[in-house]
Design a protein around this ligand. Structure first.
Ligand code: SF4
Length: 356
């Protein structure tokens, strides 16, 4: 870390203009630096060739752009996903996952180091919460992964480590940089924020008209079971969450996507499916079903599950659940998780070294 230097990664164009002014330069230079960082994804001041040599030297002496550093990468043998373990400026680590599909490349980004919410089926929830990521650390994941992963990133999902709505201000600012045509230029229709159901954050999203789609991780059709699986439900129960989502849909005119992780023998019965169908009665929504990803690490004998004793349901149970919950106006999809063999799938991010 360079003590005394101004960190530029995460600043927006107004802030970079102010920074240029603070160095006695014209403010349009701030805009130039903005384009170099986010559009051209350059972190080396000497490469900013449309800026005078004198200003470049001033930048070298007074500023820095601290991108996260990839210190491990894990490539799935079963699909095309690629997980990065990234080292931050303060030595902490986070993970991001790139997923390649025909016509699109999606990056799953983290927003916190660890998570306070402790959903019992999620490996991240078992990590000690350390801190929120800064705006620069969030957009830095996109810059580093796009440089390293080859393809242009077309889609972003805020579904990595942490609850994005508990780091609202930094996530909001990152979202603005990501969706700005002169910034990282990712279409707001291709950015999705996934929450465990933090109601005040959902309210702020609709007030701020955040440029993204909203997904809510549901995982149970009633408060009793949901509180057991997701302790956050005790604070924001379904009876308050669902009306908040109705208000969100009405204000933003955006459809909410619901996610439901199927846990064998826990939330996957026909009875659960019927309750879920009733619960979602008032929504014209999308429901993504995800079969639970048990955590298995290469090298272990047999099936070693850390963190929980949950199982993925069998195919017949999943098919029956899907058939029961389907109705007109509700699009139900079984989402295929990628990266299960490298602990990169939904609920598996926990900084485990999958090479061990
Ligand atoms: Fe946190 Fe999301 Fe994992 Fe729940 S599912 S513990 S909110 S990272």
């Amino acid at each position: 870390m360079n003590v005394g230097k101004t960190e530029l990664l995460g600043l927006n164009s107004d802030e970079l203009e102010q920074f240029a002014r603070s160095m006695g330069e014209k403010k349009f230079h701030g805009r130039q630096i903005y384009n170099w960082i986010y559009q051209k994804r350059i972190d080396d001041f000497t490469g900013m060739t449309n800026i005078s040599k004198k200003l470049r030297e001033m930048l070298i002496n007074n500023a820095e752009i601290s991108l996260p550093v990839i210190d491990a990468e894990y490539r799935s043998k079963n699909d095309s996903s690629l997980k990065f373990r990234l080292r931050l400026k303060d030595g902490n680590h986070i993970e991001s996952v790139l997923m390649y599909e025909p016509g699109r490349t999606t990056l799953c980004v983290s927003t916190q180091i660890g998570c306070q919410l402790g959903c019992v089926f999620c490996a991240t929830g078992y990590l000690r919460f350390k801190r929120n990521l800064t705006t620069g650390e969030i957009v830095g994941q996109v810059i580093v992964s796009s440089r390293h992963g080859g393809n242009r990133i077309t889609n972003i999902v805020f579904m990595g480590m942490g609850e994005p709505l508990l780091n609202y201000d930094n996530v909001k600012k990152a979202m603005m940089l990501l969706s700005d045509g002169d910034g990282l230029a990712i279409s707001s229709r291709k950015i999705t924020l996934s929450t465990a159901g933090v109601i005040p954050g959902i309210v702020r999203m609709s007030e701020d008209k955040l440029p993204c789609k909203l997904a809510v991780s549901l995982n149970a059709p009633d408060d009793e079971l949901r509180s057991r699986l997701m302790p956050v439900n005790r604070k924001y129960p379904l009876k308050e969450l669902l009306p908040a989502l109705h208000r969100y849909e009405k204000t933003t005119r955006h459809r909410v996507t619901f996610e439901y992780v199927l846990l064998g023998g826990i939330n996957d019965s026909i009875g659960h499916a019927r309750k879920l169908k009733k619960l979602m009665g008032g929504f014209t929504a999308k429901l993504n079903l995800i079969a639970f990803n048990s955590i298995e690490f290469p090298g272990n004998v047999g099936k070693k599950k850390l963190f929980s004793e949950f199982e993925s349901p069998d195919k017949e149970t999943i098919d029956k659940f899907m058939a029961e919950v389907e109705r007109p106006g509700l699009t139900v999809m079984l989402r295929k998780s990628q990266g299960g063999d490298i602990a990169a799938a939904c609920g598996q991010l926990c900084l485990h070294d999958s090479r061990e």
